[in-house]
Design a protein around this ligand. Structure first.
Ligand code: C2E
Ligand code: MG
Ligand code: MG
Ligand code: MG
Length: 289
């Protein structure tokens, strides 16, 4: 919606631009109280292992239901929080809420890893490591259960302390993943140097795996590159049985997307975990495999 509005305001006169500016100002004004008053929630999406045939992980995704503007997309308000110095309190809330939701699932015997999206600005602010440590200590979640997801843009900075902090998180036992991989401009040299455990392949490649041979070739390359660098590869945005079949064919072992499971509130997780049907992984495999 924000993008559409952004395009429109180039052509139309002041009104659309005013609305856009109003919306931004409004969201910026309301975000601090949303963080404090519980207007933010988290939903959790399963990550499925092909070989294990079960849900191996959950990704926490933040939601904001604005009382008047309705659902605000996370990309929009995370960017706004980054610009307005609200990213640290936002991320602290996300880390605490997600680890608190994971603890009872672990206590019930579920063997799961929790992915939390983290902003590079939080890292640059210098308090990501202590904030992660505090969330883990307070919830009792073991560090190896937490996967810190950073977008590929971390690779573009030349900041040394980014790397130091990633190493510190890893040293604590956390898992580091590079999100939306393939979308940015990482060089192989930089990628090989970074302390990263998991590559999450951008869903744009998955979306075109069947109709665009170049996307298919890229997916195959990333799936093959991962192990060379000692990294697991997760395909994001798996929506159809055909995409799943194509991903299995190239040997992708970890899958996330609406086909495997939509993001749900924490209260629904026990049901989702109990009800996961591994048959979803089979019905799509082409007969010649
Ligand atoms: P992401 O980390 O790459 O998260 C995956 C996004 O893909 C989510 O969008 C998810 O709902 C969506 N998705 C999952 N499966 C499918 C599918 O099969 N098809 C399609 N088309 N989409 C699928 P969402 O929740 O809108 O989040 C968008 C982005 O906002 C996230 O991308 C992440 O970069 C950011 N974000 C979300 N929560 C947080 C957070 O707590 N902190 C930070 N810093 N960023 C967050
Ligand atoms: Mg993510
Ligand atoms: Mg992603
Ligand atoms: Mg994304």
């Amino acid at each position: 919606a924000a993008k559409a509005a952004g395009k429109n305001c180039v052509r139309s006169s002041g009104a659309a631009l005013d609305r856009l500016v109003d919306r931004r100002a409004r969201l910026a004004r309301d975000l601090p109280s949303a963080i404090a008053d519980g207007a933010l929630t988290l939903v959790y999406q399963p990550v499925v292992g092909v070989a294990d045939r079960r849900v191996l992980g959950l990704e926490a995704l933040v939601r904001w239901e604005h009382p008047e503007l309705g659902a605000v997309p996370p990309d929009e308000f995370v960017a706004l929080a980054e610009d307005d110095g609200l990213i640290v309190p936002l991320q602290r809330w996300v880390l605490r809420t997600a680890t608190t939701a994971l603890a009872p699932l672990l206590a019930d015997g579920h063997d799961l890893q929790l992915g939390v999206n983290v902003s590079i600005r939080h890292l640059q602010a210098g308090c990501l490591v202590p904030d992660v440590a505090a969330a883990l200590a307070d919830s009792g979640v073991p560090p190896r259960r937490l996967m810190v997801e950073l977008t590929e843009s971390v690779l573009m900075g030349t900041d040394d302390h980014v790397e130091d902090d990633l190493r510190a998180l890893r040293g604590m036992g956390c898992v580091i993943s590079l999100d939306d991989f393939g979308k940015g401009h990482s060089t192989l040299a930089r990628l090989a140097r970074l302390p990263v455990d998991v590559l999450k392949m951008d869903r744009a490649f998955v979306a075109h795996i069947q109709d665009d041979p170049r996307s298919a070739a890229l997916v195959r390359s990333v799936v093959e590159l991962g192990p060379v660098l000692g990294m697991d590869v997760v395909a994001e945005g798996v929506e159809t049985a055909g995409q799943l079949a194509a991903l299995r064919e190239v040997g992708c072992r970890y899958l996330q997307g609406f086909l495997l499971g939509a993001p749900v509130p924490a209260a629904q997780l026990p049901g989702v975990l109990a009800g996961f049907d591994p048959a979803v992984l089979d019905h799509a495999v082409p007969s010649h495999v």
